[in-house]
Design a binder for this molecule. Structure first.
Ligand SMILES: [Zn+2]
Length: 186
């Protein structure tokens, strides 16, 4: 039984190495198992939310690990007004800003995991589907889902394996729409 498992393990390893061979052939491969050090010194009361969001991403993905207090690949800020947004300087690096006014209406954990999703290479997908993390505020204030879908998580894992084009890893700014849910005064 053990040897059979060993053979399976060897077969699996061979497949993994074959996959790695494709990755190495990429002109700009990302390093395997990147550690993304995030810094919450400017996150105020949202530091614990950032920790929860990091755990969610770590549990959902491979090839990357978000880790606290080891550096500043990702700085997280608590701001008031102007909207939540993410500034990606490169894949796994940048800044996330969480607006307290939006967090008063929407799940702050969902906002946090969404904005970190941009740093991890995901674009917005405002289709109103609460099952998607990157649908953001389009899913409404009742949507509190903070988890990436299987497809979203797989895309991030693949990006950190270096299997997508350079444009997925480019610098970008994601000004987010978490539209106000306040009823206009008539
Ligand atoms: Zn977004």
């Amino acid at each position: 039984m053990t040897s059979r498992l060993n053979r399976l393990a060897v077969a699996f390893l061979a497949t993994a190495l074959a996959t790695l061979g494709v990755t190495v052939a990429n002109p700009a491969p990302a390093s395997a198992a990147m550690t993304i050090c995030y810094n919450t010194s400017q996150a105020g009361s949202y530091a614990s939310v950032a920790n929860q969001a990091a755990s969610i991403w770590n549990n959902a993905t491979v090839n990357l690990t978000l880790s606290a207090n080891c550096g500043s690949n990702l700085r997280i800020y608590r701001i008031t007004g102007g909207g939540s947004y993410a500034v990606r300087t490169s894949l796994g690096n940048g800044r996330v800003y969480i607006d307290t006014q939006q967090a008063a209406q929407y799940s702050v954990l969902r906002i946090m995991t969404h904005e970190i999703g941009h740093i991890l290479g995901l674009p917005d997908n405002y289709n109103g589907n609460c099952a998607l993390l990157m649908s953001g505020g389009s899913a409404g204030t009742s949507c509190t889902n903070p988890y990436p879908s299987t497809a979203e998580a797989s895309r991030v894992s693949n990006l950190f394996a270096g299997t997508f084009s350079a444009t997925d890893r480019s610098a970008d700014i994601f000004r987010d729409s978490w539209p106000s849910a306040l009823t206009p005064v008539s």
